[in-house]
Design a protein around this ligand. Structure first.
Ligand SMILES: *Cc1c(COP(=O)(O)O)cnc(C)c1O
Length: 380
């Protein structure tokens, strides 16, 4: 089945009691049993909920996985993945990973004996050199946020699997429409469904998709045992968002490409970070592992002052200055003070995340209006 059909149909079935075409929101905490243990597969709503089941089955199909488990946020989903490890184990992650993901590893799991090492992941040979005897998990984000570095998923999976190391790919930026990490050898895929999967900036939600039964059983156990499950309304919203995922992402990618070219030619703009440019260092890998180049891009101005960047950040009218990404509406953000404030400043600067970098999450408005909005904000 094609992806565009899976988004709408996979896992979804008319409600057997009424024929409702939309999956009902099963707002219940428990289920009546005919007698102890004699039930229809649902006992208690932390363990199972029918709205959540449909979403999990749908996500499994979109990522070509064995099973999927949903959580109350992207970070709750990541928390479940890290709980596959034990005290003393090591995680290898990229030095420009999402700030909240770094904070979870460095400020929470460090105290439980999980060691995190940050490296620039775009060089697979450096990944190989950085593996230590306790490394049990490689955490990949690609494209990275907000520097738009591209990590070669297949190359890193090959290195990891020679040493029995798990690979989890945070696929939030690419979405399953553009990139399927399990097909490239990854063991686990993580989504902050808050972003493109939900797509309408109205829900916080996360998911883990597992490649096989063994990992699926372990994540399922953690989901129930630790309990960071999403409510049925949130599952419904993500399920509804996914029905238009392919249409939204395709439009947003096309808009982003045009905006990237506009910025590149603007006399006041210094760098434009966008993997669709043929001279972007990760362009060929992006072309190999992604269907399109994504709808996120970053740029900075020739005037490197924070003041100049702030003028653009507060001068746009259609691009709203806000955290998050992946919604239908375009957003503009300042990673150094917003999404990435929890990364240590020296790591931030080492990776190229300067104080004047501006990040765009391109939405699905008319591209001419978006370009005009950026033009007036940069020129003013
Ligand atoms: C937002 C985000 C997360 C965290 O997800 P939440 O839903 O906010 O908990 C993780 N990774 C990436 C790449 C993100 O953008």
């Amino acid at each position: 089945m094609h992806f565009e059909t899976k988004t709408i149909h996979s896992g979804v079935h008319p409600d057997p009691s009424t024929g409702a075409i939309m999956t009902p929101i099963f707002q219940t905490s428990t289920y009546v049993q005919d007698g102890p243990g004699n039930h229809k597969g649902y006992e208690y709503a932390r363990t199972q909920n029918p709205t959540r089941t449909v979403l999990q089955d749908n996500l499994t199909a979109l990522e070509n996985g064995h099973s999927a488990y949903c959580f109350s946020s992207g970070l709750a989903a990541m928390d479940a993945v890290i709980k596959l490890l034990k005290s003393g184990d090591g995680v290898l992650a990229s030095n420009d990973m999402y700030g909240g993901s770094f904070r979870l590893l460095d400020r929470v799991f460090k105290d439980f004996g999980i060691e995190t090492k940050l490296i620039p992941m775009q060089d697979p040979s450096l990944v190989k050199q950085s593996i230590q005897s306790n490394t049990r998990l490689i955490w990949i984000e690609t494209p990275t946020n907000p520097l738009l570095n591209i990590v070669d998923i297949e190359a890193i999976c090959n290195i990891a699997h020679q040493q029995n190391i798990l690979v989890c790919v945070d696929n939030t930026f690419a979405t399953p429409y553009l990139q399927n990490p399990l097909n490239l050898g990854a063991d686990l895929v993580l989504h902050s469904a808050t972003k493109y999967l939900g797509g309408h900036s109205d829900v916080v939600h996360g998911a883990v998709i597992c490649k096989n039964q063994e990992l699926g059983d372990r994540v399922k156990f953690i989901q129930n045992a630790t309990g960071a499950v999403p409510g049925p309304m949130d599952c419904f919203l993500v399920l509804r968002g996914i029905k238009t995922l392919h249409v939204r992402v395709e439009r947003a990618c096309n808009n982003a490409e045009k905006i990237a070219h506009f910025l590149l030619e603007h006399p006041k703009v210094n760098r434009v970070l966008y993997p669709g440019f043929s001279d972007h260092p990760g362009h060929l890998i992006a072309k190999k592992q992604m269907k399109m180049f994504g709808a996120m891009l970053s740029f900075d101005l020739k005037n490197e002052s924070l003041e100049a960047a702030n003028k653009v950040l507060s001068g746009t009218k259609l691009f709203s200055c806000a955290e998050s990404l992946g919604g239908v509406e375009s957003l503009i953000g300042h990673p150094a003070s917003m999404t990435h404030a929890s990364l240590p400043k020296d790591e931030r600067l080492k990776s190229g995340l300067t104080d004047s970098l501006i990040r765009l999450s391109v939405g699905i408005e008319h591209v001419d209006d978006l370009i005009e909005d950026l033009r007036q904000a940069i020129d003013s």
